[in-house]
Ligand binder design. Structure first.
Ligand SMILES: *Cc1c(COP(=O)(O)O)cnc(C)c1O
Length: 560
């Protein structure tokens, strides 16, 4: 049977298997989980990361430090006997793989292969190549991309996946797989001999999803490094044909080598078309895997009212018929669970009756976790005159992201300034487990990215599936999911009305809290619960990976 091979450098299989860093990996895991539910013929390929992403530690001032997140693959995955090799800096590097199995609701299994270079035969430096996710320097990253792209294709062949119809590059990190496919096609002839028909044959096998307009998300490698790591022959082929320009740009390579390209939301497709003129870029809006992200109390509610929701996410449409007080009760339970966990982890006791705002995601500067603290006086006024508010934060900054680390410190500064008036907790070491707890347990999901940098965002979708409405800048998925006062609330102007204006956005944020949201929570709870229910019915029924994967299957993979 022909299969679709899904390649992703970042992949969230389980909360405590540290092969993911954030949204990209969670999306990849959710996509594979839904593909398993749907019984689609996919296989996943990623790296093992023996030392994980990292554990986050925050001191009293919010300074982040990191330690390795080591784990034991042997207890969780099956080691496979197959061995393949790749060439890195002229050395032969031997690779093995570990298999993880994703089982869908109807029992269909999707294997995921994690490549591992920690073998005795390899030089010590090569043994560590699959240790760290997003760690190391340019050389380390490029070597990892050789392992993922080229090693991944060779591994699949060694495992007997010979008639793979589609290679899906989930972000440009895996674009070197095109080089491996070209080599197969050339059957030993040098890559310099590749002609247009050879390139077209590769293109017909590949699909590419671009995930961010942020420049740091697009790997670019200097040519001398590419020559050094990949060797003369491949480097000059890439330089002349794959990605002409001053550096090897993995996004350009992926675009050039793919028959189908998509962005992850409608607006993101527009922005990507501006970034890559002349390129056909479709939009397949992201989603989340419902059964993974729905809290236990809502699982029970849905099992009762929407019995087929695990098999067919369009059932969430019928949430309009769930009595409001039952939604309220399920939410109270999800909130209780979260506040219990907060108390366990931080010794801070939050008040269950207080309006609770959540913000948890990667700490990157453009996401502006601190926008809501622009005017502390205004926040105090809301608390004093409309009703009390408290905040729950979580999120890791990439170890080299100075701006992201600053944002965490600024949230801690707000915490110190507001100490006795507005409680703010910051939960260390954000992972899928915390993501599930926080998205489901707060009363409002806050999202304040700088337009147009949030390609999609998925945490607000997890919140919606748990009846938690968003207050969000109109960017990414929210442009599609927002109906004012029905599924949540917007901040600022639409993305077509000019540049992001932080002062105006902060003002809009406070105005919505002050005049619509907090008054409804304390004074018109039925109204608030109606918004919660519409978030489930309108957004839960669409922003899920079941719908998303069906779109990939019909448009990108051309599966039936
Ligand atoms: C869902 C999730 C994300 C993605 O959040 P965004 O709002 O899309 O940035 C990141 N990290 C973890 C652990 C998640 O569960």
């Amino acid at each position: 049977m022909s299969v679709v091979a899904y390649f992703s450098m970042d992949l969230a299989l389980e909360s405590d298997i540290p092969t993911y860093s954030g949204g990209l990996g969670v999306l990849a895991g959710d996509a594979l989980r839904s593909a398993a539910d749907l019984g689609l013929p996919l296989v996943g390929v990623s790296l093992l990361y023996r030392k994980g992403y990292f554990h986050q530690h925050l001191d009293a001032a919010g300074n982040q430090t990191e330690t390795d997140d080591g784990w034991q693959p042997a207890g969780r995955l099956t080691e496979l006997p197959a061995r393949v090799t790749v060439h890195i800096e002229g050395r032969e590097v031997c690779l093995r793989a570990w298999r993880y199995c994703i089982r869908g609701v109807r029992g269909h299994e999707i294997p995921v292969f994690l490549l591992d270079s920690d073998l005795q035969d390899n030089e010590p430096t090569d043994q560590g190549l699959t240790d760290h996710l997003y760690g190391g320097d340019h050389r380390y990253r490029l070597a990892q991309e050789v392992v993922l792209g080229i090693g991944g294709v060779r591994l699949l062949r060694a495992l007997g996946y010979v008639d793979t119809t589609t290679f899906h590059m989930n972000e440009g990190h895996s674009a070197l797989l095109a080089l491996a496919l070209l080599q197969e096609r050339l059957g030993g002839r040098p890559t310099a001999h590749a002609d247009a028909a050879d390139l077209e044959a590769v293109r017909q096998q590949c699909v590419f999803t671009t995930h961010t307009p942020v420049s740091a998300g697009h790997d670019k490698f200097p040519w001398d490094l590419v020559h050094h790591v990949l060797g003369e022959e491949h480097a000059s082929f890439l330089q002349h044909t794959g990605s002409p320009g001053d550096r090897l740009n993995m996004t350009h390579l992926a675009l050039r080598c793919s028959r189908y390209v998509n962005a992850v939301a409608m607006r993101h497709a527009e922005v990507s078309r501006e970034m890559f003129p002349g390129q056909t870029i479709h939009a397949i809006t992201n989603g989340v895997h419902a059964a993974t992200w729905v809290a236990p109390s809502f699982q029970r509610l849905y099992d009762h009212h929407l019995p087929d929701w695990r098999l067919d996410s369009s059932n969430f449409r019928h949430a309009v018929g769930i009595p409001l007080h039952e939604i309220d009760l399920a939410h109270v339970e999800a909130k209780r669970r979260l506040l219990h966990e907060v108390a366990n982890r931080t010794d801070q006791m939050l008040t269950p009756g207080t309006f609770t705002i959540g913000f948890a995601r990667r700490a990157a500067a453009y996401k502006r976790a601190d926008l809501v603290f622009t005017d502390l006086e205004r926040l105090r006024r809301i608390t004093d005159h409309v009703g009390p508010v408290q905040f729950i934060y979580s999120g890791k900054a990439h170890p080299q992201d100075v701006g992201g680390k600053d944002v965490i410190r600024r949230v801690f500064e707000a915490h110190r300034a507001l100490r006795d008036e507005i409680p703010i907790v910051y939960l260390e070491d954000y992972d899928m487990e915390l993501g599930g707890l926080v998205c489901a347990g707060v009363d409002l999901w806050l999202n304040t990215p700088e337009q147009p940098l949030e390609a999609s965002g998925t945490s607000g979708m997890k919140a919606a599936l748990n009846g938690v409405p968003s207050l969000s800048v109109l960017d990414g998925w929210w442009i599609e999911g927002h109906i004012e006062g029905v599924t949540g609330w917007s901040i600022g102007h639409s993305p077509w009305e000019g540049r992001s204006d932080p002062a105006a956005e902060a003002d809009s944020l406070y105005t919505k809290l002050e005049s619509s949201i907090v008054p409804a929570f304390y004074g018109a709870r039925e109204r608030y619960n109606e918004v919660m229910r519409s978030a489930i019915a309108i957004n839960g029924s669409f922003f899920n990976t079941e719908r998303m994967v069906r779109q990939y299957a019909s448009s990108a993979y051309a599966l039936r």
